[in-house]
Design a protein around this ligand. Structure first.
Ligand SMILES: Nc1ncnc2c1ncn2[C@@H]1O[C@H](COP(=O)(O)OP(=O)(O)OP(=O)(O)O)[C@@H](O)[C@H]1O
Ligand SMILES: [Mg+2]
Length: 357
């Protein structure tokens, strides 16, 4: 429906002091009809970015174009209601004294739509978010997930080209959040609306997105598909944020060869500019480590075991080396104290220049 092009976007709330900018020099190209997620820890600048896209916050520098039209630049901003965007807030912000119908119809009445079209549009929108039959209920007669869908319907009924969603599922319990996740993704596919979604939950971002923009400290760290940012993190900040990871110090022993404490040797693809003798960190996901009862691998001892239902998690301490977090199929059982051989799928590891001096 609409593309968004962000260039050099910068915003500081406390001009003059030394605090880093809330958003610094952000470049982002969001294609038409995509589900893009801004992901990062609390305070990294996600909401500030979203509110600049919506037009509620003026940038200090940089530009935002929607379908080639300039909507934001310092001192030159198209008002929020003229951007063709809808926004769903974290706290739903539905009106408690209005019914579902009244909540959703509000935006259309402002537009003075003929009664017959209004009715058809309302029916279509409520069906889209599975609220048919609940039109006369008040918000306090709805579940959290249903209230969230009222907020969604209210944004959708005016047919936005872009929908901005700020942590919309964070108030829901785990099961409902998963259901709503599936519904949101379906909704995006069915409507073709460009979604820009904010969350600090990496699992949510992986499940929903066509592309993920990982942010940290106001800066974009990586922009790529869920597979890219998970399996090929651009730096250790991204590796660390995207799920569980073992970050192990190592030395480059030769071309493509790493050695770490505990007799760990790995054949890996090295990033450009890293040469023999350099200190690096290698990131190893727990699911890419295998524990063997005997045979191949570096010798280790099982120091902890946690049964998690679909997987079992172990801590395996390499003899005079680091302790690694390992996830295995629950059918494979070791006891604490067992001697094992640790085997690592080096093709799934990433190598970063060492951050320590
Ligand atoms: N109105 C404001 N005045 C001053 N500082 C602000 C304001 N809004 C945000 N900030 C600061 O800007 C930074 C980015 O805030 P932002 O709300 O964009 O983070 P966020 O990524 O959305 O975090 P969260 O996940 O906690 O919602 C933070 O350091 C925050 O304290
Ligand atoms: Mg926020």
């Amino acid at each position: 429906m609409a593309s968004i092009s962000i260039k050099g976007l910068t915003k500081s709330f406390n001009a003059g002091d030394d605090a880093p900018a809330a958003v610094a020099n952000l470049d982002l190209d969001i294609k038409d009809n995509q589900f893009v997620t801004l992901l990062g820890p609390s305070g990294c600048g996600k909401t500030t970015t979203l509110r600049m896209i919506a037009g509620y916050i003026l940038p200090d520098a940089g530009t935002i174009h929607v379908d080639g039209r300039l909507v934001s630049a310092p001192g030159n901003v198209v008002p929020p209601d003229q951007r063709g965007m809808g926004m769903v807030f974290q706290n739903y912000a539905v009106w408690p004294h209005k019914t579902v119908y009244q909540n959703v119809v509000f935006g259309l009445k402002l537009r003075k739509m003929p009664a017959a079209r209004l009715k058809a549009k309302m029916e279509e929108t409520l069906a889209l978010v599975n609220l048919t039959g609940l039109e006369q209920r008040y918000p306090n007669e709805l579940s959290g997930g249903q209230q969230q869908r009222v907020a969604l319907a209210r944004s959708l009924v005016v047919e936005p080209e872009i929908l901005l969603l700020d942590e919309p599922l964070s108030n829901l319990d785990a099961k409902l959040r998963e259901n709503m996740r599936v519904e949101l993704k379906r909704l995006q596919r069915r409507t073709g609306i460009t979604f820009v979604y904010v969350t600090h939950d990496q699992a949510e971002a992986l499940a929903l997105s066509d592309h993920i923009a990982v942010m940290h400290g106001g800066r974009l760290q990586q922009y790529g598909t869920p597979q890219d940012v998970y399996a090929r993190p651009a730096n250790r900040v991204v590796a660390d944020f995207m799920g569980l990871v073992n970050l192990v110090p190592a030395k480059v022993a030769g071309p493509g060869t790493l050695e770490a404490a505990g007799g760990l040797k790995l054949q890996v693809a090295l990033p450009d500019g890293i040469k023999t003798g350099d200190s690096v960190e290698v990131s190893i996901r727990p699911e890419n480590i295998r524990l063997n009862a005997a045979g191949n691998g570096a010798p280790a001892t099982v120091s902890e075991r946690t049964f998690l239902g679909n997987i079992t998690e172990y801590y395996a301490s390499l003899d005079s080396g680091p302790t690694l977090r390992v996830q295995t199929h629950p059918a494979q059982v070791f006891a604490v104290g067992d001697k094992v051989a640790v085997e690592i799928d080096a093709t799934q590891c990433s190598v970063f220049r060492s951050s320590a001096p």
